[in-house]
Every structure is written in structure tokens, then in C-alpha cells.
Design a protein around this ligand. Sequence first.
Ligand SMILES: O=P(O)(O)O[C@@H]1C[C@H](O)[C@@H](CO)O1
Ligand SMILES: Nc1nc2[nH]cnc2c(=O)[nH]1
Length: 266
Amino acid sequence: MTKQRPLVGLICGSGLGLLADSLKNPELFPYADIPGFPQSTGRLVFGEMKGRSCVCMQGRFHMYEGHSLGKTTFPVRVFKLLGVETLIVTNAAGSLADGYHPGDIMIIKDHVNVPGLAGLNPLTGPNDDKFGPRFPAMSSVYDKGLRCLAMDIVKQMGVAQFVHEGVYAMVGGPNFETVAEAKLLHRLGVDAVGMSTAPEVLVASHCGMRVFGLSLITNKVVRSYDDEEQVNHEGVLEVGKMRSQSLQTLITQLVGRMDMNNNTHT
Ligand SMILES: O=P(O)(O)O[C@@H]1C[C@H](O)[C@@H](CO)O1
Ligand SMILES: Nc1nc2[nH]cnc2c(=O)[nH]1
């Protein structure tokens, strides 16, 4: 049990769990002890960031682990019931855009939910009107005010040359992309690809949360049959560790400066 009533929820991507360690006065709840959560390692961490009450998923659930999308996104509805108004999602992703490099950060402007286009959507099934409408709009899901604020912060940090704004695609995984799949996603206008985020964002937006998303570019997605580079999960985690400090600074500043009335920033 916690008495904390966080207004901000965070989801840590692969290799980005250190974000949760920066919370002050932490209270920890292993997922295994929380009713309704998938039996999994990872934990919820409640604590303060810049004096603001937050709750953080240190470890997320993925579709490729065999969880239903309802289970994968269950924590987002728990966040909502706890009072969370703003969700910050992070992930590790491979880049398709020219000009992106491992270690870069992409502020997510929009997403392509590949499993969703094929009917794998956490909002499928009877709609719970207590949370949101049957047919939610998704044309402005990643909050513009927070994206502008994040851009201001990266300029002040002096890291703007490593930061982009782009489109994330979620694929089901667990395999990384074939060359033909990479070419297809690139032609669709996708800048970075990963295996998470879209379902959590759909559920958060459906219930009226403001959403901000960041991808850490951990590798280039191979788009040529002549390229012999091979992506691997260990490399993904390594880049996560390398960049966790910049990400932590960006997110801490964002949380400290965001307007808590779901509008603009201070
Ligand atoms: O949880 P995220 O989306 O950060 O994890 C990405 C996608 C796979 O789970 C893993 C591949 O290395 O990183
Ligand atoms: N699908 C996908 N997920 C990733 N997560 C980190 N890198 C990648 C990638 O190249 N492809």
C-alpha cells in the first residue's frame, strides 16, 4: 500500500530502467506482488521527481512475451485509477531514417501500430465507458506542448544535434526486421521501429491521459542486402546504459517544468 497519488506515470524501456532509480523517497512494489499484473520480474516504483509525485514501471510487458494486450496495458489503467494524468513512455528502437545514429534520441511525434492495423489492439472487445469512448481519435496523441518543451530542454542541454522528432512503428517481435520489412517500414515514413509503446499509448490516450514518448536509437535497422551488420539485444542494452544519463536529465527536467494542468509548460 502506498499513500502516494502520482500525477505522472513513466514506463522504462529496455536498458532504461535506471530512470526509476532517480526517484526520491522510493517505495517499491514487485510486479509479482500486485494483483492482476503478469507474473514477471520488474517493479512499480513510486517516488518524487523534482518534487512531483511519480510512479514508474521499471520493466514493461511485451506482446512477444505471450501476454495478451489487455495484460500488457493493464498497468496503464492502474495508473489512471491512481490519478496519473500524464504518461511518459520510453523505448529502445532501431532507426530507419537517414541521419539517425545509435545513441540518438527520438521524440515521438506519431506512431504506426502495425499489430493494431491487423486487429491486435488493446481496446478490442467491449468498451469500458468509465475509461473512454468506443471510437477514440488518435490524430494528436503525442502532446504538442510537451514535445515543444522537450525540444527547449534539449537545446538548453546542448544535445539538440543528437535529438530528432519522428514516427515510431511498433511491430510484434520478438525477431528483428528482415531487410524487406525494413524497406517497407521506411517507405511508410517510419523513422524508428520497436516492439512496444503503441498499445500503452492507445490505452493512455483512450482514458484521457496526456502522452509523451521517447525512443532511444540503439541500432540501425539493416535496409540493404550488402550490409552485414547484425542487431542483437545485448547491444541494445549497452546503448541504453550509455545514454541513460542524458535521458534521465531530459525526463527529470520535463517533469519539473511541465504544467500539471495538462496544458502548456512553465
Ligand atoms: O521495451 P522496449 O520497447 O524498449 O524494448 C525493445 C524492443 C525489445 O523488447 C527489445 C529488443 O532489444 O528492446
Ligand atoms: N523491432 C525492433 N525493435 C528494436 N528494439 C531495439 N532495436 C530494435 C530494432 O532494430 N527493431
